[in-house]
Design a protein around this ligand. Structure first.
Ligand code: GLV
Length: 313
């Protein structure tokens, strides 16, 4: 049996991922790359690509590639026209819900527990007995009810929030009081005290949240975007934040990342910016998914978490 060439690519953690790859002796030949230049010299012979933020232009040269395991949940960077049709793309699934639920609930509580206000008062040695607001009884709208969105919904329900959501199918989800189809997006947003956007980036979701959707929200509502920046139309979002259509936004993802220093969002008092950290890819959490799929691949069995190319995620 000739070893299957595997290209592992990660700009920062390539070695950490490499150390966790498990395969039968002699079954694979692993090339570990941390730069596009290094990846460019191995992509032609690779049969398997295990990667994070892989340069899309290199995919056109991947003449022997059969399978890509993404180290993240979003696969839009791989589902590009350059990707040969024979290549199967699999997502990393199962590990992000817990992280992103903590992020979402944490920042919701940052609003309701007035954390910023109390920290400021503390710095000024000022006793400021201002009651917190509740999360319980408030409405959490989760836009995108994949495994991550469902975990966020469970966390919200766990603190007594009323949880509603939007999904492509509109199918019922346990613990979610009402699930709307995309046509009901504005109705869902209109009820939200907190709306968490956790959508993959596809042709259908690009710009899905625009002026009409933001205007449908309550002026007291907070928007959290932890999926992909382009799901929200940025000009409309800037207006919504400046003109008080919504109370504020917690943003982890942006049209351009890193967010350029001159971007107006940085200076807005009702905006929290975090640098795409809501659902971190941790090598030890991603590795079991790859190793399991690798075993399946080598045995000619079906892979898990296969992305649907026509659906876009
Ligand atoms: C991160 O955004 C990911 O897609 O996992």
């Amino acid at each position: 049996m000739t070893p299957r060439p595997v290209l592992l690519y990660h700009p920062k953690d390539a070695q950490a991922y490499a150390q966790l790859v498990r395969a039968p002796k002699g079954a694979i030949r692993l090339e570990v790359c941390a730069t596009p230049e290094a990846a460019a010299s191995h992509i032609r012979e690779a049969e398997i690509l295990y990667a994070w933020k892989f340069p899309a232009e290199l995919l056109a040269r991947a003449s022997r590639l059969r399978w890509i395991q993404a180290m993240g949940a979003g696969v839009e960077r791989f589902l590009v026209p350059e990707l040969p049709a024979r290549v199967t793309v699999t997502r990393a699934t199962g590990m992000f819900g817990a992280w992103m639920a903590e992020y979402a609930l944490g920042w919701c509580a940052w609003v309701t527990q007035r954390m910023e206000t109390f920290r400021r008062a503390q710095r000024e040695r000022r006793w400021e007995p201002l009651d917190p607001e509740p999360l319980h009884g408030r409405t959490l709208a989760v836009i995108g009810l994949g495994d991550i969105g469902r975990a966020i919904g469970r966390a919200g329900a766990g603190v007594g929030m009323r949880v509603i959501g939007v999904s492509r199918s509109g199918r019922r989800v346990g613990g979610v009081e009402a699930v709307y189809r995309p046509a009901g997006l504005r109705r869902a947003l209109g009820q939200a005290d907190f709306a968490v956007i956790v959508l993959p980036l596809t042709e259908d979701t690009r710009g899905l949240i625009g002026e009409a959707e933001l205007r449908a929200m309550k002026p007291s509502a907070w928007l959290l975007n932890i999926g992909r920046g382009p799901a929200i139309g940025e000009p409309a979002l800037l207006r919504a934040l400046r003109e008080g259509w919504i109370a504020g936004a917690v943003l982890d993802v942006f049209d351009a990342e890193p967010l350029p220093p001159e971007h107006p969002l940085w200076a807005m008092p009702n905006v929290v910016i975090t640098p795409h950290v809501a659902g971190p890819s941790v090598p030890a959490e991603i590795a079991p998914v790859f190793n399991d799929n690798l075993r399946r691949y080598l045995a000619g069995r079906r892979l898990r978490f296969v992305a649907n190319r026509s659906r876009g995620y």
